[in-house]
Every structure is written in structure tokens, then in C-alpha cells.
Design a protein around this ligand. Sequence first.
Ligand SMILES: Nc1nc2c(c(=O)[nH]1)N[C@H]1C(S)=C(S)[C@@H](COP(=O)(O)OP(=O)(O)OC[C@H]3O[C@@H](n4cnc5c(=O)[nH]c(N)nc54)[C@H](O)[C@@H]3O)O[C@H]1N2
Ligand SMILES: Nc1nc2c(c(=O)[nH]1)N[C@H]1C(S)=C(S)[C@@H](COP(=O)(O)OP(=O)(O)OC[C@H]3O[C@@H](n4cnc5c(=O)[nH]c(N)nc54)[C@H](O)[C@@H]3O)O[C@H]1N2
Ligand code: SF4
Ligand SMILES: [Mo]
Length: 875
Amino acid sequence: MSARPPEVRSTCPYCGVGCGVLLSAGEAGLAVRGDPDHPANLGRLCSKGTNLGETVDLEGRLLHPLYKGARIDWDTALQTVADTFRTTIAEHGPDSVAFYVSGQLLTEDYYLANKLMKGFIGSGNIDTNSRLCMASTVAGHKRAFGTDTVPGTYADLELADLVVLTGSNLAWCHPVLYQRIVAAKAARPNMKIVVIDPRRTATCDGADLHLALKPGSDVALFNGLLVAIADQGARDASFADRVDGFEAALAAARAGDLTVTGIAPALMQQFFDLWIATEKVVTVFSQGVNQSASGSDKVNAILNCHLATGRIGRPGMGPFSVTGQPNAMGGREVGGLANTLACHMDIENPDHRQALRQFWDAPIMPERAGLKAVEMFQAVASGQIKALWIMHTNPAVTMPDADAVKAAIAGCDFVVCSDITTQTDTARLADMVLPATAWGEKSGTVTNSDRTISRQRAALPTPGEARPDWAQLAEVGRRMGWHAAFDFATPAEIFREYAALSGIAGGFGLDFDISGLAGLSDTAYDALTPTRWPVSAQKTGGRFFGDGRFFTPSGRAQMLALTHRAPVARLQPRYPLRLNTGRIRDQWHTMTRTAKSPRLSAHLAEPFLELHPSDATARGITPSALVEVTTPHGRAILRALITDRVQPGEVFAPMHWTGENAPSARIDALIAPITDPVSGQPESKAAAARIAPFDAKWYAFAISAEGFTPDTPYWAQAKTAHGWRAEIAGTTLPDDWEAYAATLFGIEGAEMQSLSDTNRGTFRAAFHDAGRLKAALFVSPTPVAVMRDYLAGLTGTEAPFALSGRIGADQPDPGPTLCSCFGVGVNTILAAIADQGLRSVAAIGAALQAGTNCGSCRPELAELLARIPVREAAE
Ligand SMILES: Nc1nc2c(c(=O)[nH]1)N[C@H]1C(S)=C(S)[C@@H](COP(=O)(O)OP(=O)(O)OC[C@H]3O[C@@H](n4cnc5c(=O)[nH]c(N)nc54)[C@H](O)[C@@H]3O)O[C@H]1N2
Ligand SMILES: Nc1nc2c(c(=O)[nH]1)N[C@H]1C(S)=C(S)[C@@H](COP(=O)(O)OP(=O)(O)OC[C@H]3O[C@@H](n4cnc5c(=O)[nH]c(N)nc54)[C@H](O)[C@@H]3O)O[C@H]1N2
Ligand code: SF4
Ligand SMILES: [Mo]
């Protein structure tokens, strides 16, 4: 028996928690488990991390460069990119080109992209999807602290006596951090959790208090807290000389109106009292704060309260921005934003520019910030930008006004897209598509939310001709004529240069200094264990600001005078509803990886709109019907999910679905390109919208062993264990359902059973080939009632009774999958709660295994328990 190969230690490619993973590639695929030694997760993983093995196959992978849809060799591809950028710059100047990159790039990739654009092309026109994500936090931190510094560490979340989660659905978006908090609370039941979110999310299930504020009213709420801090004499006198601006901030706060929050005064007071009475308080914030036209002010309103009370940078207290992407933090460090330079240096600071130019031996440096994402794509649309390189991001789906962005990309003279697949809305529009090595195949570093730098290491061989992003950038840099500056053969070489540069930043007294890592040998880089920055002669790891020293010219933190501003997208009679957008538990952004996993796709298999029962009733929208959502910018069709988790007048839709899997659900087509004036971050969570029932003539549910593409106004497709499932709706009735079904599935020669009831308008067909079910279609004039999860498992089996659409009467319907690790459905859980009198999440786990592996579904299990009255034993 051969010895098992050693596990490769790496980092999960999804959220900013930055969990360590142990990988082993074998014949059965890639096995993934949590790294017990990684400080972020100590062995835990959420559903997305647990199911990584299902996402790394080569189906749909791009394995060689493509130019205008045809395969070309790397030499020609890279020369074409270099030549086109060079001639465009020669004719139209450096600002006629741009890079749009991503917080999912490795630090080494990101550093080179920034070096090439800012130091050698000589333009500031490199921006990143972090503009849609972290820009308001960066602006808020810089205004208050002088630098973009996250003061605390993850341990603070466990040491705190109060954790406030505002604009963050941590249970779904940073599940392992959430589990760490829940475990800390279980160990110390006096610890309190408060959630501030217009919606009642899964995160609320573990909370002591939920404040459902009106969208966009965070500044008013935290201003109210500041007033209460002052009135209750809770200002920290010993910290007062470390902070400027208290009086002005307080005066502005006193002028505010708390009623705009829509929160009951008593509840608000309870929150203020709790916050003030609890010294060890951490306020966690994320996209509900950042993605707003007042995002930077929201950030500063939170920082104001921590600065006034001196609750910052000490164990168990501080403001805590959790980063979204695995290397959102790294991107901020390398200066990936159009208005920053590498290592937290400033583009407007001539000394910083000069030092960087000298270090890089750069021919030219921009003296002003480049275009921020929204402006950048507007400049692409107007023809000002003529060559664009998009790397590791899918802006045709995720930028606001996404249809305009799509048109801009399509109309641009030359677009390069580096991706792992061509099956994205963006890659399909690019002139040149360059195949990148994917997560399991590449090597480098990422920085998580608490400043911990971790290694990503390759566990899988490079497929086809794929190349790492850094290698693509280095080669283009060399071919543009800058041989020495881009003469890198390994990520370790890039990292050493970057670490050395950070020493210069440290010399300016800046926070980001990892010069202690500049001398890492290749072997030491390979072996690097998770390390929190800074790493310098002066300071290693730890927290910032507990000593009251900030990075502003005065050394004091700045409190800001802030005034509540309502969302810019105004509600009006034609658009009376607030459209909020965000994430679901088991999908990652535009789904190019997570949608490959049948397990992850089972949780929520279709795009939806959460709407309040009163709004549904008022518009005649019934459960499971389709709704048409319209804003001044676009239109979407989504499944109605009627729930009091959202407030009346507010609706919520996920951001994930794309032209590839549900073309009518590209939610960013509905979002206005409105941005925060300070940070340039879009207002992604507060569109003005109207909704109406979608007038479908027929609805269908379909399963198939092979992928298929309906041509109807609504469809949404998801992967199953042995094929695909789809929801379909049409506005015109086909003449012949049997012919329609055969064409839909592209099936010839299979045996068809069908059943139609012309009176009721229903039709069902099942196709068998060699005794195995290939595809089935269930049509009805109303939303189809069949056992979807059961049917989804039938393709490839004999399934003689598939047409019935349900399991035999003797077998229960498991219902939609809730626990994706063990595939346990809602109905199974509800039945067990009722029949076995289960009272706790742990009891459900003992009975059904649900929730016992990654634990991501535990909040939803708790919600089921709360919803279902348990039969008393005596009854
Ligand atoms: N499962 C999953 N996890 C992810 C990701 C993913 O795609 N899928 N993406 C990662 C990335 S890049 C990011 S940035 C993070 C995002 O993580 P989060 O910010 O937690 O996620 P979102 O769902 O975008 O938004 C959070 C909440 O903000 C609320 N909100 C909306 N408007 C307001 C408001 O005005 N005030 C307040 N206080 N709250 C408001 C929304 O109702 C929503 O519940 O998640 C990361 N983790
Ligand atoms: N309405 C609305 N819009 C939003 C948000 C919201 O909450 N609401 N959130 C915003 C936020 S916070 C974010 S972070 C963005 C995220 O939005 P995007 O970054 O646009 O979304 P992703 O799906 O993560 O795109 C990553 C792309 O990189 C490709 N890829 C994967 N691995 C590699 C690799 O190793 N190399 C290369 N070159 N490519 C690779 C993937 O196939 C995919 O096409 O969306 C933003 N848009
Ligand atoms: S919490 Fe989940 S998605 Fe985030 S890094 Fe950890 S395993 Fe990955
Ligand atoms: Mo993000």
C-alpha cells in the first residue's frame, strides 16, 4: 500500500475570514478539511469551504488563450496584449488604458498589476472590485486614523462582552467567524449580540437584540449613540487628548433626527444603554454600511463612538470592518485602488511618490488618482478608455447599471479578460481571454480580515496551458519593454520585493510594514505560517491604537461631524419600494465556482425576491409566483419569497445569478450608478423599485442529465448530483408540448412518456434512454407543485414513475435541502422536530446529523425550532 501523500496547507478562496485548509488530491478528487493549526478557523470550515472539492473539476475551464473566440498560442496572445496597450498609450496617452482587477487576486498578482499600471504605464487607472466592497471603509479609516488600519484581531470578537453586527449577515457571509462568536457566547452566556440590519437574517437567530433600521439610516443611529455617550458621561477622559473633533461631531449628532431610523425609541435606548454600559464592545460592519451613498460617513459614525469612549485597540473592543474577499485586505495593502499607492502610501503625497518611483526605478508616476470603478466603465463607454484588462472579476454582472457596463465592454476597442472560464457574462464580451490557473493550482499569499497573511499553495497540477495571473502580468510588462522591473520567476521573488518596499512605507511612519519578511528565502516563503502584520523591527502582529497613537499628522484620531443623508435613489410613486441586495449562504458572487457544486446548489436553487406579506397581498402576488421587479435602470424576474423577514416597503434580492444561469435575474442591471462622494463606492443596497406579478402563461420544472438552455423570458438552472434542474416560465404557449420538450432537451431517439390534461393545462413528459431517466418536464398554468429535490436526484436512475412528480405515498418528501453537508431537507427536519420532540440544534444533529459538520445551517435550524411549536410530551 502506498503512503498517503502529505496534505497541502492552503487557504480557502472565498471569504475574508481566511480559513486554513488541508488539501489532498487523490483519485477520488480533492479532499478538503479545515486546518486545525490555522488561527482564523482552528479546523472549522463553513459549507462553502467544506464543499471546495466539488468545484475544482475541469468542466467549463478555459485551458488556452482565445482571441475573438479562436484558440491562439500564448506568444501571440501576450504580444498582442503588449502591442495593443503600447500603441494605445503612444497614440492616446497613458490614461487611455485601464486595469479592472479584484480582491480575489493573490497579493503577488495584485502587486504586479499595480506596479505595471502606476509605475510603468504611468496612469492611476487601476481600480478593483474592492471599490464595490471596501472603499467606504478605506475612506473612513483614513479620515479617522490617517491610514487604512483594522485595529483589532479575531480574538477580540471572542473577548468582547458585546458584539454589534451592523450591515453584516455574518452567519452566511463569514460563517466561521460567526461560529466563533456563537461558541464564545455559549461559553459566556452573559455576552450579548446585537444585529442592526433592515432584514431579519440568519445572523439574528443568535442575537439578543435586532434593530431593523430603515435602509441607509446608520449615521442617524450611531449619531444617536454618540449623543447618549455624551449625555451619560461615558466619554473616556483619559483618551480625550488622543482625539480631535469631539465637540463638532457631537454638535452635528445633536442636530440629527432619530426617527429616520424607524426603530422604536425604547428599543433604540436599550441598544444605547447596552453599548455604553459594556466596555468590551466590538462593532462589526460590512456591506450594509459600505455599499451606500453615505458609506464613508456610516463608517466614521461607528468609529466616532469607539473613539469617544477610547474603546479601540484593546482586548475585546474596537470597530471591526470584516473584509469580503479572500484578499480584499491584501489589495488595500498593495495599493490596488485608483487613489492609493503600494504599502498604504498616498498618491497625492509627493514624498511617497518619489520614494516609490525610486524604489521601482519607474520611468513615470501618475500624480493624481485614476478613475474609480463606476467612472472607469463610464470612460470605457465614452471611448476615453480604449484598452481594458479585466482580471479575476465579472463586472458585466456585479457593477451597478450592469447593462450599461456590458455595453461598454462590448463597445471597447480592446478588452482582455483573465479568467478560469469563458462561461461568464464578461469573458463572453472580451476580445482576448487568457486562461488563469485557479485556486487549487496556484501559489502566493492572501491577507484576511484581521491582517493575517497566509499562504495559498498548489495542490493540483496546472491544467492545459493555464498560467498564473502574476505570470501573465509580468510577461506583458517585459514585452512592453520593462524587462528588469518585471523579471520575476516565482511568487516568492515578488513577495520579497513587496516586503522590502513596505519598509520604506514604515520609514514614513506608516502602519503597513512587513519588512521583516523581506529576506525570506524560497524555502522560508514556502513554509511561511500565518503571520499578522506588521512584521518589522518596531512591531510584530498585535493591535493598533490602544496606545492612542494614530497615523494622522497630529498623531491624534479624528472624529467627524456627520449628518444623516437618505439614500440618493429616491422613492417615488412609480418606484415606491426599497430594493436591498446581498448574499446567500452557499453561493459565491457570480457562481462560477460554487454553482459547480450540487451540494451548494441545493440550498437555494433559484433567484428570489424576499417581500413582505402586506406588499404581496397589495399587489396580488401569491407564494411561489414570479415577480417582475423594475427600477429606472432595468428589470428582473424573480421567484416571490413572501416573508416577514423583510419590512413592509422593502424587498431583497440576491446578487448571484447571471446571464449564464438565470438571465432575467442579473440584479445589478437594476442598480443605479450612484456612488458615495468620498469613497466612490456604489449604493448597491438601496435602489428604488416597483414590483408586479409576472404574467406567465405557463410554469415548468425540468430535470435533465445534460445541460440545456430554455429560450423563455424566465429560466434558472442549477446543478444536481447527476445533471441539472431548471425552473422555467413562458408567456406564449407552444403549439405542441411534446415537440417543445424534445427540442428543449435536445433529445433524439429517447423513449418519451407523456401525460397531458388539456382542461387543466398541465403537461408532463419523461425521457428514458436504455432504461435510465434522461430528462423530464412538468408544466402547469400555475407554479408547479412537484417534489423538486426528490426529482433532482432521479436523472440517471430507472425512475419508472418519474411522471408522478412525487415519491411513492409510503415515502416522505425530504423537502428543500437545508444541511448541504449531509443533504438533509427541511421537511425531514420539521418532521423530526415534531415527532421526536427535538428542542435544540444539538438534538437535531444527534437525530439527523444536520448541522454537525460545518455548522453553516445551524442558524436556520434554530429558526425552524423557533417557528414550530413543539408538542409537549404530556399531550
Ligand atoms: N456566502 C457568501 N459569503 C460571502 C460572499 C458571497 O458571495 N457569498 N461574498 C464575500 C464578500 S466579497 C463580501 S463583501 C461579504 C459581504 O458580507 P455582508 O456584508 O455580511 O453581506 P451582504 O449580504 O452583502 O449584506 C449584509 C447585510 O446588509 C444589510 N443592509 C442593507 N442595507 C443596510 C443598511 O442601510 N444598514 C444596515 N445596517 N444594514 C443594511 C442587508 O440586509 C444584508 O443582510 O461577504 C463575503 N462572504
Ligand atoms: N447589487 C450588488 N452588487 C454587488 C454587491 C452587492 O452586495 N450587491 N457586492 C459587490 C461586492 S462586495 C463584490 S466583492 C463584487 C464581487 O463581484 P465579482 O468580483 O465581479 O464576482 P466574482 O464572481 O467573484 O468574479 C470573479 C471572477 O474571477 C474568475 N476567477 C476565479 N478564479 C480566478 C483566478 O484564479 N484568476 C482569474 N484571473 N480569474 C479567476 C471567476 O470565474 C469570476 O469570473 O460584487 C459587487 N456587486
Ligand atoms: S468562513 Fe467559509 S468561505 Fe469563509 S474562508 Fe472560512 S471556509 Fe472559506
Ligand atoms: Mo465584497
